[in-house]
Write a protein that binds this ligand. Sequence first.
Ligand SMILES: NC(=O)c1ccc[n+]([C@@H]2O[C@H](COP(=O)([O-])OP(=O)(O)OC[C@H]3O[C@@H](n4cnc5c(N)ncnc54)[C@H](O)[C@@H]3O)[C@@H](O)[C@H]2O)c1
Length: 392
Amino acid sequence: MGLERHLKSNSEQEKNDPRTFVFDPMDMEQAREESDAADIMNNRTILITGGAGFIGSHVVRRFVSRYPQCRIINLDALTYAGNLGNLEDLGVAANHVFVKADIRDAEAMRRIFAEHDPDGVIHLAAESHVDRSISDPMAFVETNVTGTVNLLNAAREHWKGNFGGKRFYHVSTDEVYGSLHDGGFFLETTPYDPQSPYSASKAASDHFVRAYGNTYKLPYVISNCSNNYGSHQFPEKLIPLMINNIRHNKPLPVYGKGENVRDWLWVEDHAAAIDLIFHEGADGETYNIGGHNEWKNIDLVHLLCATMDRKLGRAEGESAKLITYVTDRAGHDLRYAIDAGKIGRELGWKPSITFEQGLERTVDWYLANDAWLQGVTSGAYRDYYAAQYGDR
Ligand SMILES: NC(=O)c1ccc[n+]([C@@H]2O[C@H](COP(=O)([O-])OP(=O)(O)OC[C@H]3O[C@@H](n4cnc5c(N)ncnc54)[C@H](O)[C@@H]3O)[C@@H](O)[C@H]2O)c1
């Protein structure tokens, strides 16, 4: 029977609608006990934080499907960026347990460790949008720094120095290295030089993870990845924002002159790298992950416009007329570029598809999933979760 009957919906139609995906934590608890009986607990339990977000949902999907013998505890506060509809295609999976919790709540983290007894943590939960960090830096300190330290404390206290087979994997960003002005690439040894409140909060959390490794011998790995793109990304980020605006003939806001350069990686290749590092990375090591794929923002926007013209049957150049230059982001880093040589040499990872292939798939996904886009942009799913969970 598994967990099937514990995922409820009022109708089949609602079941297929990300905005009405219903999840009942009380029933989940009962279901967990049944799953225990099915022997899932005899294998590893992995706690993934931020699993309802963009990258986290791809990591959860990958782990739940590839490792049916492992129990995946998906911990997420379901902020504006978290949406269980991102995992709707997983359907009912007996090894997937969702826990709604906030990493800022130290006591809740202790309770969850005691209850679920994870062997490993893959920590992705974060405030992740640079623009939001400029308008509200404290939110980034609280979630990205304090939240990470709460998890480290919970892991350390729960594992009590018995670290055999345990691992704390912290997922971070290339933005901690600052901005490249004179060529070159970020290596794992590049000194940290964060320039935005977002990257400063991620840098601080990286430092705490290493400090816990050094001070308490907590086994950890860290990865720093470049910009991700793909399905299920909240449309405040560049690629889904542009796709959505092109589709609806809205202005395409480009910061400054669009000269900023970013390295782009398909999110499923990031999830594959995380899987590899979690299982085969060496304790205490850092791995840079990137797509060897640098684009100036303005060139990327033009590529998206041309792709969308083709897909929507518009005249060539039609969508590009929507490009609107706006005042640059404060302290906007000029260029990020990752040298992903170490993970290639030591773990054999490389991107599985080209940028052109990834972008085609991504555009196709957003065009085919307008209901998802409309749901997250209208905030309907947030109203739904507020009503569903209230102050639980
Ligand atoms: N998006 C990128 O290009 C990129 C690149 C490199 C690294 N990263 C890192 O990867 C991780 C995931 O990024 P993303 O783009 O998927 O982010 P996202 O904003 O899409 O998702 C973040 C998730 O964390 C959850 N969350 C936020 N605050 C929380 C809290 N206090 N307690 C529990 N859950 C909380 C949200 O509900 C959401 O589901 C982040 O740590 C980010 O720094 C992102």
